[in-house]
Design a protein around this ligand. Structure first.
Ligand code: TRP
Length: 343
């Protein structure tokens, strides 16, 4: 395949929001036609915080089903669960010997998480970015769609790849970031429109979840925070709540700000809220339906994920063979077929 290789992943923790859908998932699905896309439920990453095993298993399958329901097509892309391909953990170990303590110590996400999970600052939390580098480098990835918050981790992946290649030859592709979530997709919290809509927000009314039912979506938009100016404008400084609704409406409809302002020139907040809710419901209802379908058919989901793991695994093995060889580790003939040098 000559299409650029794209890898992205998401953790099966917390449910995904409308912001995740418009800012990431919708972009992912749009890339499938002209990229060789690999999408991964990164369950091993999620183990850096404590998980209840029974619940965790369901969350992992939920996220895989949600990827599919959002339009990731297993005939076009490779979709799988990280722990199904053991090479991720294996390469992470090898790459940890090419990653400096000082580099990991500089990761702002580690510093934040060490503070917010002070009772469980495990080594995995510290080496998390190495596992992420392994995810990416394992597939010869050219482009990685990431949000702003993951840019530093991607930068580290690049540094590790360059360091390894400098010592052992050109084994890894040095990946480029593809920053997603710009423009209309920068969705804000409905209760505090100065903040990004986050899946970890406390208030239920603050965030629209991809799997919310129509009644919940309508309620959340009706209660969205606006202002007392009684005008619908694109003035982000004075009307962040209104602009957020406009952005959501036009992202759902695929129209420009000019068109949105014309459409809402009546300046009625009530109508803006309801129409935004309606547009979002129209966008998310098919996703919810497909999700429920997939989750009620374990055999179908298992089949798709099994095939995905097989495809990903085969590609990963090709890279592992090169990495092990470059490092001077003897190849296991049972794993890779005949021993090196012989055919
Ligand atoms: N760290 C990413 C996040 O929390 C998830 C992730 C893991 C990822 N491996 C990845 C994203 C590889 C892109 C590429 O959002």
């Amino acid at each position: 395949m000559t299409q650029p290789i794209v890898f992205s992943g998401a953790q099966p923790t917390g449910q995904l929001t409308l912001g995740n859908y418009l800012g990431a998932l919708r972009q992912w699905t749009a890339m499938q036609d002209d990229h060789d896309c690999i999408f991964c439920v990164v369950d091993l990453h999620a183990l850096t915080v404590r998980q209840d095993p029974a619940e965790f298993r369901e969350r992992i399958l939920d996220l895989a089903a949600l990827f599919l329901a959002c339009g990731i097509d297993p005939d076009k892309s490779t979709i799988f669960i990280q722990s199904h391909v053991p090479a991720h953990a294996e390469l992470a170990w090898l790459l940890s010997t090419f990653t400096m303590m000082g580099e990991l110590d500089r990761m702002t996400q580690f510093k934040d998480k060490a503070r917010s999970h002070a009772q469980n600052v495990n080594a995995g939390l510290f080496t998390y970015p190495v596992l992420m580098a392994a995810d990416i480098l394992l597939y010869g990835t050219h482009k990685v769609p990431v949000g702003e918050d993951q840019k530093q981790h991607l930068e580290l992946s690049r540094d590790v790849a360059v360091r390894f290649n400098g010592l052992h030859g050109p084994v890894f592709v040095v990946p480029e970031p593809l920053v997603t979530g710009g423009g209309a997709a920068r969705i804000k919290d409905l209760q505090d429109p100065l903040k990004k809509m986050s899946k970890t927000a406390e208030a239920d009314l603050a965030k629209v979840m991809i799997l919310d039912d129509p009644a919940a979506i309508l309620k959340k938009f009706k209660k969205a925070v606006t202002d007392g100016l009684a005008q619908i404008s694109a003035d982000e400084v004075n009307q962040p709540g209104v602009v957020n609704l406009l952005n959501i409406w036009r992202a759902a409809k695929g129209v420009s700000m000019e068109e949105a302002l014309t459409h809402f020139s009546h300046n009625q907040y009530g109508r803006l809220k309801v129409e935004t809710a309606e547009a979002v419901i129209a966008l998310l209802e098919p996703v919810r339906t497909r999700f429920l379908e997939l989750r009620s058919d374990p055999a179908e989901l298992e089949g798709i994920l099994g095939r995905g793991a097989e495809l990903a695994g085969a590609r990963a093995e090709t890279m592992m063979k090169r990495v092990l060889t470059a490092l001077g580790l003897p190849l296991n003939a049972r794993r890779f077929g005949s021993a090196q040098g012989r055919s």
